[in-house]
Design a protein around this ligand. Sequence first.
Ligand code: PLP
Length: 358
Amino acid sequence: MENSLKLFIPGPTHVPDDVMQSLTCPQIGHRTSEFSNLMSTVIEGIQEVLYTKNHIYLASNTATGLWEMGVKNSVRKGILHSVNGSFSAKWATVSKECGFNTEILNYTWGLGVKVEDVDKHLSTGKYDVFAMVHNETSTGVMSPLKPIADLLESKYPEVIWLVDAVSSMAGHKIEVDKLGIDFILSSTQKAWGLPAGFSICAVSDQFIEKSKQIPCKGYYFDIGVYEKYYAKMQTPSTPSIPHMYGFKFVLEKIKKEGLDNRWNRHIQMAENTRSWAIEHGQGLFPEEGFESTTITCIKNNLGWDINEIYERLLDRGFRMDRGYGKLRGEAFRIAHMGNIMSDDLNEYLQNFDEVINV
Ligand code: PLP
């Protein structure tokens, strides 16, 4: 059955029938060569999308678990978190709850992460890890990675860099090896366009070495355990095999589309959505230069009745986002990533126009 509602919320995103069906393959034993073949196909595909040779771990938990993996395997002295929205704030909470010396570089929602601020904090020498969210899903703010990469390479090469790319990975070009990202994570329900409940990360050699120096990381997120099984192309515990089949299918689709075409499609959809908002007299919530390519967060300058629009779009088969948490009504988001094509977006914007003109 075709999904009755098309999702324009920033996760879970729209999953078309062919992708859903790809998850319905028969189960296989996770200690078999058949499984290892499947896993290596998936890993090689992900490495291509991320422009990396780093090890890729497949995790049958959501990205929130990988936040914990990132910090538990890297922090000794202290961790600096840039916080510019809800998800980056939650990640900082994870570090605090794990008992780490945690410092927050705080920004008003809507602002992007600035390299000079990161430099100022790291120059104190108090932190051996820096964590940031590339694409703040709550605010539609994308913070460029290149300036941070240059800073870390030139001044703080020993600092471990953790990047949450949950709502940008597979929708935005991220050259992991060139940027030198030590740990980058994502879950499946955003630009990968798969159902929720599974996540992945890419880990650098430096990250793996650092982890070896850290005692008492628990078991489930200890990457020493992941490494042991990775050597056999297996996961430490019984994984969500349907998600792996889904990944295989989606990676084939991405290959057919072509990586550059995929990145351009997302840029184009973002530009169209921004223009649509501006032409209607609305504003953009992110500060200029930090607008996301996968989510547009629109400042509701005109005071549209978002709940009314939501209901009307629902009647037409679309699930709209009304704004994250405290932003509800004040700023709303349009997700244009993963399986959303330009035609889908145009159809949505056309319907949006019709319901606001009723
Ligand atoms: N990080 C970001 C930027 C997110 O948008 C989300 C979820 O929306 C998460 C982390 C948490 O991901 P998950 O629900 O897969 O744990």
